[in-house]
Design a protein around this ligand. Structure first.
Ligand SMILES: *[C@@H]1O[C@H](CO)[C@@H](O)[C@H](O)[C@H]1NC(C)=O
Ligand SMILES: *[C@@H]1O[C@H](CO)[C@@H](O)[C@H](O)[C@H]1NC(C)=O
Ligand SMILES: *[C@@H]1O[C@H](CO)[C@@H](O)[C@H](O)[C@H]1NC(C)=O
Ligand SMILES: *[C@@H]1O[C@H](CO)[C@@H](O)[C@H](O)[C@H]1NC(C)=O
Ligand SMILES: *[C@@H]1O[C@H](CO)[C@@H](O)[C@H](O)[C@H]1NC(C)=O
Ligand SMILES: *[C@@H]1O[C@H](CO)[C@@H](O)[C@H](O)[C@H]1NC(C)=O
Ligand SMILES: *[C@@H]1O[C@H](CO)[C@@H](O)[C@H](O)[C@H]1NC(C)=O
Ligand SMILES: *[C@@H]1O[C@H](CO)[C@@H](O)[C@H](O)[C@H]1NC(C)=O
Ligand SMILES: *[C@@H]1O[C@H](CO)[C@@H](O)[C@H](O)[C@H]1NC(C)=O
Ligand SMILES: *[C@@H]1O[C@H](CO)[C@@H](O)[C@H](O)[C@H]1NC(C)=O
Length: 463
């Protein structure tokens, strides 16, 4: 247990420490009745290597031959080098980290050094079996607030991230099976991650010979250090995804606390704080995955029942926006059934709705085109709470001004969009579902086969 304890929880913790767990439960219950549903962020408690959680979201896996030298990078003068210009708009010692996989070396994990060479980490595990820290110098310090720093990506790289941190991040490696190993990256959803107490964020990108650059900012998992992108191609075309405003995390948390007061759900617990400072905000999907008794478990249940009741007696029209056109779905025997879909929809749980990738929302490449179109449209409609609004019997058809206007819906998504500079950045997995021709596109992606420079702002847009 770490030193940092909110004063309200102090007596409870004290009682638990004394072994009086029954009293602790009683006191906790009484406190939660007395205490209003406000200012209740989740407290972070950064740990060490033994607190890391190894999962697909936070690892990059690969192999590297034992003969590979540590820093055998291709120098940045190579014709394939790509320039990033980073504008630092936040105070403090801000570091950049770039990691990914080298497609020219069987996707070996790589990390960029401050002299723009790739470092190829090797499997190293602590004697006690925990992941070992990466000790190579991989932090690229940014120039001070208001200044720009140029970083060269020396060669093609895939599944890559550009991380920014006010302070230092900790990366680890751990040996896997058959000579493979994992690079373990900072995790937003583990409150004990060694980097949990640092303000950080990342952009995801791939840079390949065929595709050029593809870079993406997303709030599907969390909101952290605000980052924005501006990609210029070799014909001077510019694409932007400007990200969140500088004070977005604070504002998002204030709004989530207000929502918690309104509906008594723990929206404010999505905020992850340390010593009273919020570091990041988890999406309800990530929060539910990290906390099995989150308080959201049955959030959508009544609504799902009401939707199912409604579409028993009348059809729900899904505009597939593909060759299948409109399909009329109706509930029969507890499942929603759509012609030519091939798979019936059982009632989704709240976790299914926030994640859009479990229960009835699982998709496979072999599914019919009706199913592949219906899953995103149905899940988006649940997240936005539009299924019982007038006109909501055709999905998608209602515009953005009707999203999140009634509960239950994904208020995290509603609130995050409020603080986006240019409306870019998905806040749930199928945020790209929109009525035909309405021009909405929240995609936080920029891409070009002929990139010239990727500009990034750290800590909010440049004014
Ligand atoms: C990497 O390997 C670990 C350990 O086997 C596994 O848990 C994780 O899901 C893998 N990561 C990816 C991205 O596949
Ligand atoms: C330049 O980069 C390409 C692609 O990564 C690589 O195949 C080639 O060997 C590099 N050339 C030099 C001179 O480093
Ligand atoms: C490791 O190699 C063995 C033998 O080839 C194979 O059966 C096993 O599936 C491999 N394990 C992984 C995780 O790839
Ligand atoms: C939180 O407070 C503790 C104890 O004063 C201190 O050691 C730690 O550095 C603080 N962490 C942050 C992120 O401010
Ligand atoms: C953007 O990145 C997120 C993960 O951060 C990923 O889920 C999503 O598919 C990406 N978006 C696109 C359009 O590829
Ligand atoms: C899980 O969520 C509940 C309800 O918001 C909260 O009381 C509890 O502290 C959380 N547990 C953890 C480990 O964050
Ligand atoms: C359909 O939904 C509306 C709006 O919530 C509700 O008033 C109505 O009772 C529902 N109808 C059925 C048949 O469930
Ligand atoms: C689907 O139905 C809606 C509402 O009736 C209509 O506006 C739209 O044009 C239809 N789409 C197609 C492809 O027929
Ligand atoms: C969907 O439900 C209908 C009616 O109950 C049934 O005839 C059909 O076999 C179901 N389809 C699948 C794929 O389970
Ligand atoms: C939205 O914008 C992204 C990135 O510019 C693009 O790839 C995608 O095709 C667009 N989607 C729609 C529906 O226009």
């Amino acid at each position: 247990m770490k030193q940092v304890i909110l004063s309200r929880t102090l007596p409870v913790i004290y009682l638990i420490m004394l072994g009086l767990s029954k009293y602790a439960v009683v006191v906790a219950t009484v406190l939660s009745i007395i205490a209003p549903t406000v200012a209740r962020p989740t407290e972070l408690h950064p740990g060490d290597a033994s607190d890391l959680i190894i999962n697909a979201q936070d690892t990059i896996n690969g192999t590297i031959s034992a003969s590979a030298s540590k820093t055998q990078g291709i120098h940045a003068t190579n014709g394939t080098a790509l320039k990033f210009t980073i504008t630092n708009n936040i105070a403090g010692n801000v570091n950049c980290y770039i990691n990914g996989q080298d497609p020219n070396k069987n996707n070996a994990p790589v990390m960029l050094t401050p002299n723009f060479l790739w470092y190829y980490p090797t499997a190293s595990t602590n004697a006690d079996g925990t992941p070992a820290p990466v000790t190579e110098s991989v932090a690229i310090p940014l120039n001070a607030q208001g200044l720009t720093t140029t970083i060269m990506i020396p060669s093609y790289v895939v599944s890559a991230r550009v991380w920014f941190a006010v302070g230092e991040l900790q990366f680890f490696t751990v040996a896997g099976d058959n000579g493979s190993f994992s690079v373990v990256q900072p995790s937003q959803s583990n409150p004990a991650d060694p980097s949990a107490g640092i303000n950080w964020g990342f952009i995801e990108f791939s840079y390949t010979a065929d595709g050029g650059i593809y870079a993406n900012i997303s709030y599907v998992d969390f909101v952290g250090l605000p980052l924005g992108m501006s990609l210029t191609d070799t014909s001077n075309g510019v694409q932007t995804a400007l990200g969140l405003k500088a004070d977005a995390v604070t504002n998002v948390c204030n709004d989530l606390a207000a929502q918690a007061v309104k509906d008594s759900l723990p929206w404010d617990a999505l905020c992850q704080s340390i010593n009273g400072t919020v570091m990041r905000v988890l999406s309800p999907n990530d929060y539910m995955a990290a906390n099995k008794s989150s308080g959201f478990e049955t959030y959508f249940d009544d609504y799902v029942n009401e939707v199912w009741d409604n579409y028993t007696s009348k059809p729900l029209v899904i505009d597939t926006q593909n060759n299948a056109g409109n399909v009329s779905c109706t509930v029969s025997g507890d499942t929603l059934q759509c012609p030519d879909d091939g798979i019936n929809y059982s009632k989704p749980s709240t976790a299914d709705i926030f994640g859009c990738n479990s229960g009835p929302f699982v998709t496979n490449p072999t599914d019919s085109s009706v199913h592949q179109a219906t899953v995103p449209r149905l899940c988006a409609a649940f997240n936005r709470g539009t299924l019982l609004l007038p006109g909501g019997d055709v999905q998608p058809s209602l515009g953005a001004d009707s999203y999140y206007t009634s509960g239950p819906s994904n208020f995290y998504s509603a609130i995050v969009h409020k603080y986006e500079v240019d409306g870019k950045g998905y806040a749930f997995a199928y945020d790209d579902v929109n009525p035909s021709g309405d021009g909405e596109n929240a995609s936080g992606t920029v891409s070009s086969a002929n990139p010239s420079v990727l500009g990034v702002t750290v800590g909010g847009p440049s004014s």
